[in-house]
Ligand binder design. Sequence first.
Ligand SMILES: [Ca+2]
Ligand SMILES: [Ca+2]
Length: 213
Amino acid sequence: MKDTKRTTAAALFAAALLAAICTPAVADPLAATGSSWRVTAAGPAAGWDSSASFDATAWQSATVLYDVSDYLGSAYAGTKGIWTQAGQYSTNETTIWGRTVLNLAAAPQSATLEYGIDDDGDIFVNGALVVGDHNGMANNGLVDITSYLVAGANVIGFSATDNFAVWGYNHSAWLRIEGTVAAVPEPSTYAMLLIGLGAVGLVRGRLRRERDR
Ligand SMILES: [Ca+2]
Ligand SMILES: [Ca+2]
């Protein structure tokens, strides 16, 4: 009876460790537009959308004019609609470009990109076009980008153009990437897992000996 309890406890312990290591976490926000993004209204040089080491120091820090959660709800907290310093009614900017570098501990198990572009534009992940939005109006969309992300540095870039230059060119974009990335187990976690499995083995062995007695 005592051994059964021990076996159950050890098995539960090992199972919990395995679950902690093997089960993907719930989807987390991996990246979202904000003031840390860099934007420019000058046509960018090659590599802006694909090279993590691209020099964007001459680009502006993105100007935030609204929080996406203001009109899409609290689930979008932290996601900002971004612009250049010229703001919403620039008279000389026809297109803006923006970029950031997203560092991942491991290749994601899943990742979705949700976006809004005012009005049209393209979105790139590591140089690959994942959104080509050219329907002539401001709109939102959702796309699976799991296969485009890698462990380490990932470059996320977008362009946005305006189609209704009434009071000037107003163009902006917001992006949010959600996904699950497997935790990279720490060496100590491996050690604990081995101890847990070892405990199960010991109790099993003892039970086997008692059964064979
Ligand atoms: Ca559009
Ligand atoms: Ca517009």
